[in-house]
Design a protein around this ligand. Sequence first.
Ligand SMILES: Nc1ncnc2c1ncn2[C@@H]1O[C@H](COP(=O)(O)OP(=O)(O)OP(=O)(O)O)[C@@H](O)[C@H]1O
Ligand SMILES: [Mg+2]
Length: 486
Amino acid sequence: MVNTMAFMGNQWSQGAGMNQIGFAMAIAASMVVITMLQQFLFQHFAGYVERCIRKLVSSLDPYVQIKFHEDTFNGGPKNHEAYAAIETYLSANCSAQAPRLKANAVRDIKTPVLCVDDGEGVDDEFRGVKVSWHLSKDKDPNEGLRGSRKNRYYALTFRKTHRKMVIEEYLKHVMEKGIETVTKNRQLKLYSNSASEQGGYWNYIMEFDHPATFETVAMEEEKKKDIINDLKKFSKAKEYYRRIGKPWKRGYLLYGPPGTGKSTMIAAMANELNYDVYDLELTAVSSNANLKRLLNRTPCNSILVIEDIDCSSDITGQREKKQSDDMAKFEKVTLSGLLNCVDGLFSAYDGGRVMVFTTNHVENLDSALIRRGRMDKHIAMSFCGFEAFKFLANNYLGIENHELFPKIEGLLKQTHITPADVAENLIADDDDEGSADACLQTLIEVLEKKVEEEKSRLLNDDEKKTEPDRAVEENGTGAKGNGHVY
Ligand SMILES: Nc1ncnc2c1ncn2[C@@H]1O[C@H](COP(=O)(O)OP(=O)(O)OP(=O)(O)O)[C@@H](O)[C@H]1O
Ligand SMILES: [Mg+2]
């Protein structure tokens, strides 16, 4: 019995041991399964769960934030341009609200831009939608080390419900206004190719500080208004050119005798558009290839000027003849080379480009060069008429009327004088009260002398003329205008 009991106890203890091992194994197995399951769930659902949590959190947060970084590392130069445009926009529109401002000297801008200081914020409103801007700095991981960068950014915050409107309309408005202000305040520059090797590169010459504006150009009022409107329309026509699929460019041909204000008009155009001036010296360009390179290097928002185009020997005259001469004159710029460049250049749409040719002898230019489409607007700069004289008298002497005006009006009808020559005689001595009278008197003397000279020249011509010449003149075919457009 005892033995039987002992045997049974042994069996029990053995059975219990077996059960414990089985239990432990089951636990271990289930641990493995759970771990695998966890890993499986983690791999397959963690992202999903995280997204759900984010969605939930963001649905509770009714605001959206967009960052615009200053440095080019966070998105390249285009990002930096956006930052600069925002800075200028906020400076012009909202900086009055900020308790702390900082003055930034922005490259190419004449006056420093006052903008929001680090850590400051300003509010803005656009079509009833409120947004806020905040200038912050990211933590720089390399702070203190060489090459560390200040990582500033503007954070734009707005309600989620206005997302579409802010992104599609407000940001466009900010960029446009910012870029407009930057353009308006830009220090203009003058470039030329004349000093470069073979004329293939632009060299910075100096700041373009020409004082001429449309306020100072003497010209018939209607004509002046027409040019200003044309320029304004052009400078705002980005979308129009894009829509019709044409490069955003416009060509102007200024023609007229020396001293009638062609170069002055170019300066007025540059100041009106706020475009840099690229003065192209064609005689310094050694080949058509160099010309093409040069024109491709002319940036947008610029005026490309070719003065006295008639003096570039290979450009005038008949195109056919020049084309056949192309190979022989390989090292020279030819008319066909110039035509190809004018047509092929300006392929971009990111900014307007203006091209201005000037000439004293429009009749010498090949019609292909100045046809509409290449030179869109032809502007005659002419001798000084009475209207232009009155404008100059007002500008130089500060007088709108004078008893000598009628006499001057009569003389101007009888002779040709350039605005440059008139202006030369209207430079008064500020300290001398009678100076204006003296200026007008001198001008009258100059005009009378010219009238006399012209009379005796006509007399001489007449004496030299043969009978048939006179007959043509009497029939009216040889009649000439007096050269005044106004
Ligand atoms: N229409 C004008 N309005 C105001 N000033 C003028 C005008 N025309 C000429 N002037 C004066 O005369 C000077 C010479 O003019 P400008 O150099 O513009 O003439 P241009 O037509 O370019 O002559 P060129 O054919 O010799 O180059 C200018 O500095 C300017 O002061
Ligand atoms: Mg000139």
